[in-house]
Design a protein around this ligand. Structure first.
Ligand code: XMP
Ligand code: MG
Length: 185
């Protein structure tokens, strides 16, 4: 899927495919350096982090293991419910392991601060965060994000794993939706 396939639903492209891929390579380079000689488990947060996980994993020179968690903080729309539920837990025992949580976006930061707290209670060697995107409200929750792709304006974005009502995840770029898609006039 690309911009042309969206017709009038696309408002504008915020971050191009090229910019995303260059940033992922840059982050992978830092992660390779920081974890040199270590065994790393990267944990993707379903479903939004699928694209960034796939690209990051392939950009890394480090041999990594991959696992997934599914948590829900949003419903089908664009407003947070404030509730975090574990829909799928890790298959891996992370005790003594170096864990890097990979997320698509940090909005309020509530999801990740809850998740990091939950993972730390399992006695890993370390837990760090890598997120492709971060919104301004994230600063309100104390959250140590070691690897961040882009700081973006406080707008609802889609693409590169991010959806609106489960659509547009397979766009290779980050964009915003035209108001008519939300049912606004
Ligand atoms: P919090 O507020 O806990 O939220 O940091 C993180 C989760 O909220 C979702 N989210 C979005 N999803 N476009 C999306 O498609 C957005 O602009 C957006 N902002 C937040 C996302 O699931 C993320 O993991
Ligand atoms: Mg997500």
């Amino acid at each position: 899927m690309d911009a042309a396939d969206m017709g009038k639903d696309l408002e504008r492209v915020l971050i191009t495919e090229e910019e995303l891929q260059a940033k992922i390579k840059e982050l992978a380079g830092r992660i390779d350096e920081d974890y040199a000689g270590e065994e790393l488990l990267i944990v993707g947060v379903l479903k939004g982090a699928v694209m960034v996980m796939a690209d990051l994993a392939r950009a890394l020179h480090l041999p990594v293991q991959m696992d997934w968690m599914a948590v829900s903080s949003y419903g089908a729309g664009t407003k947070t419910s404030g509730v975090v539920r574990v829909l799928k837990d890790l298959d891996t025992d992370i005790a003594g392991r170096h864990v890097l949580v990979v997320e698509d976006i940090i909005d309020s930061g509530l999801t990740l601060s809850w998740l990091v707290h939950n993972l730390k209670s399992r006695n890993p060697a370390s837990v760090e965060i890598c997120a492709a995107l971060r919104k301004p409200d994230a600063v309100k929750v104390p959250l140590d994000v070691k690897y961040i792709g882009f700081d973006i304006p406080n707008e609802f974005v889609i693409g590169y794993g991010l959806d609106y009502a489960e659509r547009y995840r397979n766009l290779p770029f980050i964009g915003t939706l035209a108001p008519h898609v939300y049912g606004a006039s």
